[in-house]
Design a protein around this ligand. Structure first.
Ligand code: AMP
Length: 185
């Protein structure tokens, strides 16, 4: 199965993908993790950090090759979970193109919905626990705004393909996982 997770920062995509990857035995591809994994002191790492640390989207010329290369690796041939990608309609179109070239397709797009006051509380808590450089008041606001303006339209794009299933991500993690398992059958 090829599954896309869409949800604002703090919706629980990482947590739920971590569980689902074990249940389905397919890899979990997080573009945020991949980008954060770039050596911060390297020239590329400095460019990447200048986006992530301000809550801005990294440019497609950096993100698209990382994703398509990873999708072509042997462990992804049987499917994967995409967490944090695509985040713009342009990325969704490029992903569709890449999948079609390989005679692949997406099976489902899971839309994790969570009210913004719950998101902000979760992100501030994560900031304390994980010490992520992009979990500050300012960057949280920037990332939520980018989700609203750039990523939410990706849902409309996939609605047209009748791929979207919405999940109430405000419930506790066990309940959310149960809903996800039902949605992916
Ligand atoms: P995440 O771990 O998914 O919350 O992503 C953390 C940060 O990585 C985001 O705020 C962006 O700066 C960057 N990022 C992750 N995925 C993408 C993407 N698909 N396109 C552009 N930037 C991304």
């Amino acid at each position: 199965m090829r599954i896309v997770f869409i949800g604002p920062p703090g919706a629980g995509k990482g947590t739920q993908c971590g569980r689902l990857t074990e249940r389905l035995g397919i890899p979990h591809l997080s573009t945020g993790e991949m980008l954060r994994g770039t050596e911060r002191n390297s020239p590329l790492g400095k460019i990447v950090a200048s986006y992530i640390d301000h809550g801005r989207l990294a440019p497609d010329y950096l993100v698209l090759p990382i994703v398509t290369q990873r999708l072509s690796e042997a462990d992804c041939l049987g499917g994967c979970l995409l967490d944090g990608f695509p985040r713009t309609v342009n990325q969704a179109e490029k992903l569709d193109q890449f999948l079609a070239e390989n005679a692949w397709k997406l099976d489902v797009v899971l839309n994790l919905t969570v009210p913004s006051e719950v998101l902000i509380a979760r992100l501030l808590q994560r900031a304390e626990q994980e010490n992520r450089a992009d979990d500050t008041d300012e960057t949280i606001a920037a990332r939520l705004e980018i989700f609203r303006t750039q990523t939410a339209p990706v849902l409309d794009y996939y609605q047209q393909q009748k791929l979207v299933k919405s999940i109430d991500g405000s419930k506790n993690p066990d309940e959310v996982f149960e809903l996800i398992c039902q949605a992916v059958g």
